[in-house]
Every structure is written in C-alpha cells, then in structure tokens.
Write a protein that binds this ligand. Structure first.
Ligand code: ASP
Length: 309
C-alpha cells in the first residue's frame, strides 16, 4: 500500500511571534488540526485525494480565522468575492470559480464545476447561476462578516490601496487556505480557497483559482496549493513551475518547491509559500515569509502543526 498523507495551509505572511495571543494561537492550531485530521480520515478510510482536500479546505472555510469562506476579506464595495479551485492529479481534471459571493464553501462549487460541468473555470454571475442550478443555498453577507477583517477594510477603504491579507502590517491576520493529499492508490490532488485581497476592486482575481498558478496537481510530479502575493504567483506560474522542475530537471519535491519559493518567486518580488505533495506521499511546505499556518500528517507516522519558521 502506498504511503498516504495530507498537508494543509492557512496562509503565509508577516506573522510576528509575540503579536499573537496564546489564546488565538491555540484557536489557529485547533482549526488546523481539525482540518488535518478530518482530511486524513478520508484517506485512512480509503477515500480519494480529491475528497480529502475538499474535506480539509471546507473546515478551514468554515472557520472565521482564515481568509476563505466565513471570514473572507472585504472588497472595495464592502462585499466578499471569493475564489477557489481544485485539481485531480490522476485525470488532470480541474474546476475553479472566482468572484463568487454568498457561497458557504467555494471549494465545493469548484469541485462541482470539475465534476458536473464541461468546463474548468466559471466566474462571477455565471458561476452564481451554475450554483443556483445545483440548488446551492446562499448565505447572508452577515455569515461571512468578521470584525477584524472589517477593521482592516475600514482602515483603507477610501484609498486606492488594496492589501494582501498579510503584506506590510505586522498585526495582519492572513489566511488563504489550501490542501494537498496523496491517497492509498497513489493519486494526488490539490485545492485552494481565498477571499483575495482587502479592498480589491475591478473584479481582481488572484492566483488561487488559476490552474498552474496557485493550484496544480499531476500524479507524474506533484500537487501544490499556494498562498502569497497573487499577482506575482500568477506571473511566476508558481505551482506549475514546481511540477516543471520535477519533470524536466528531475528535481525532488523538496528541492523543486524550495527553488521556486526561496529563489524564483523572491527574485520576481513575490512573497508567500506553498504546500506540496508527490505520489509517494512526500511532503514539502516551504515559505519565504515570517510564518505560514501549516500542518501535515502521513501514514508513516509523521505529524506537524506549525505557524512560525
Ligand atoms: N494568493 C491570494 C490572492 O492573491 C492571497 C493570499 O494567499 O493570501 O488572492
């Protein structure tokens, strides 16, 4: 039997030790652990990697601590526009949604795009129409409200600036979420979900829903879920770049993901991190920021829940 494993993240950024209260840190660790364990159980019971990543990401979306689903950041018009994607490394099928609002679990809508439509990527009103046809219930905006996110928005709402959840402000919470998994059959998958950037406008879309940029999976190489400055991750085609280094330069998962996060994306000016897995169940979780909410668990017995370097 293949080693099966899962790795998740809740965003990377300027998380300075000491700015966080012990209570809050406990809450983050608990949320990460719950998502990790529930995703792992899917794999343990012989479930598919795609189901494991959806399960884990849904739990992170349901937590107000992270910038995805409940607790998503505010746009310039004080609304929420969420993006999500999922990819199956066995079939290379993928599903993505962007600029959606009112959907409790964007990752599930992305999975439905993958499994129930002929398409890969649905956006805005069209994606909402698709959700309606599948009888998705719409949540009231108050469901997504988080006081801290609202305060972040109030501080910059009348300016032209938009803010990565984790950029310059040392006290920022951050929290795009994602998961990668390798199941008992050696199939891998990746899923990513985010509210994007605070005060974003003009239908801004980041890397998270883009196949190859913020999310990618291919049994031949790796499954990747990214978090960081989306504009740079799009231009660096980060997730696919890791896969390319493995495929064409024969690099290991660890070396390839390190090269991209600690060299290539830095040279471009981007900051962030990723979680990565290969079809043997190996895991890598590099980041070039001060912290990244992350956790991993493998049938080989290894388990980790970490925030700082
Ligand atoms: N990558 C996300 C975006 O640009 C943000 C993040 O990871 O925090 O939308």
């Amino acid at each position: 039997m293949n080693t099966f494993s899962i790795a998740i993240h809740g965003g990377a950024g300027t998380l300075v030790k000491g700015m966080m209260t012990p209570e809050l840190e406990t809450q983050y660790r608990q949320a990460l652990k719950e998502a990790l364990d529930k995703g792992y159980v899917v794999l343990e019971n012989g479930g598919k990697a795609t189901d494991a990543v959806e399960t884990a990401v849904k739990i992170l979306e349901d937590s107000h601590l992270f910038n995805a689903g409940k607790g998503a950041v505010f746009t310039a018009t004080e609304s929420h526009e969420m993006d999500a994607s999922i990819m199956d490394g066995k079939t290379l099928n993928a599903g993505a949604v962007s600029l959606i609002t009112g959907i409790k679990n964007p990752v599930s809508l992305a999975k439905d795009v993958m499994e129930k439509s002929e398409h890969v990527f649905l956006a805005g009103d069209g994606a909402m129409q698709f959700a309606k046809e599948l009888n998705y219930k719409l949540e009231d905006p108050s469901y997504f409200y988080d006081e801290f996110r609202h305060k972040q928005w109030l501080e910059i709402k009348d300016t032209d600036s938009f803010q990565l959840d984790h950029s310059t402000k040392k006290d920022s919470k951050f929290g795009t979420v994602g998961a990668v998994a390798c199941d008992k059959d050696g199939n891998i998958a990746a899923a990513t979900s985010t509210g994007g950037m605070t005060n974003k406008k003009w239908g801004r879309v980041g890397d998270s829903p883009m196949v190859g940029a913020g999310n990618y999976a291919n049994n031949k190489t790796c499954a990747i879920s990214c978090t960081g400055s989306g504009e740079f991750f799009i231009r660096g085609v980060v997730a696919y770049d890791v896969a390319c280094l493995m495929e064409h330069k024969n690099m290991s998962l660890k070396d390839a993901s390190n090269e991209v996060i600690n060299k290539r994306i830095l040279e471009l000016g981007g900051d962030g991190g990723l979680v990565a897995i290969d079809a043997k169940g190996n895991i890598a979780m590099p980041f070039n920021t001060e912290g990244m909410y992350r956790a991993s668990k493998s049938s080989s017995g290894k388990e980790e829940v970490s925030i700082y370097k």
